[in-house]
Design a protein. Sequence first.
Length: 310
Amino acid sequence: MSDPTAEVIVVGAGPAGLTAALYLARYRRQCLVLHDGTSRALRIPRSHNTPGFPEGISGEELIGRLAVQARQAGAEILDRHIATARLTEGGFVLSDAQGDEWSARALIFATGVEDVGPGLSRTVEDEALRNGVLRYCPICDGREAVGRAIAVLGGDDHGAAEALFVRRYSDAVTLLALETPAFGPGVIEQLDAAGILIEPSPAREIAPGAVDVVVGLQDGRRLTFDVLYPALGSKPRSVLPLSLGVPDGVAGKVEAGAPLGGPRPGIFVAGDVVEGLDQISVAFGHGALAATRAHNYLRGLDAETLTPAG
Ligand SMILES: Cc1cc2nc3c(=O)[nH]c(=O)nc-3n(C[C@H](O)[C@H](O)[C@H](O)COP(=O)(O)OP(=O)(O)OC[C@H]3O[C@@H](n4cnc5c(N)ncnc54)[C@H](O)[C@@H]3O)c2cc1C
């Protein structure tokens, strides 16, 4: 290919993408990060399970620090939404909707996932997240909801599983649904045995306040909770890697083995977009792995690795 824009382009400036950029820059690779400013981490009011921050850290501060560190090491970070990705001879080209293009010898997709919300406006939802009355990640912050009145929104087996997960943190767990709830065999009995209340009347209105959430039900009752966890799933932002033939896995994510590369060498993935645990510490690990694999892939192409005698 003619001179690429960068040796490696990372799509995504969340914990996975920025960690990959830091590693690549420190490997003395010319690295460009392209992102559209929508890291899930930016929505974290305060994370208490990010290793190394015993006092907790906000998502915005964490992303800010990661970006400073990656830039200091030499990575370039540009705010652009990437619409398409294509293969070329010896590399890849990414384009935005305006037709601007960036080329690279290797790509890392760290594009994350998008939470499916309960239908609130973005402004109301962001405010509720900041107030800690709406939460998306019981693994992350269930510990902060100990002894509180918790509602889980999701009238199916996924919602039931999440209700059972948060039951460890509170005796007052209610399972709500947007439609009439429907569970697999034995699930209702298990929820009953765990002391989880199943609300049969669908939730029609969700009104988060500064310290609690009021849920209006179809039958006219209004219930108040300290915390509401939507358990409505998430949409992986996997369209770009899948369009290049990286294998898909469960529920639209990229297959867990894919950091090793898709059908075409030189494509790597990291973070929430990969099957597995959607967590910052996992994203850090994936970022380090993907960057090192991309670096070694290029070293191999450039005959910089040990060649066995023979
Ligand atoms: C409210 C909330 C609280 C959370 N709390 C915690 C916590 O306490 N601890 C914890 O470990 N985890 C927590 N998480 C989860 C954590 O945010 C994610 O696991 C983490 O952000 C994943 O990092 P990532 O880099 O894979 O993806 P993301 O951080 O989501 O970043 C994805 C990046 O890809 C970019 N992107 C995607 N598509 C495109 C495109 N087409 N063009 C350009 N750019 C694109 C986005 O702009 C973004 O920069 C929380 C999540 C939420 C929503």
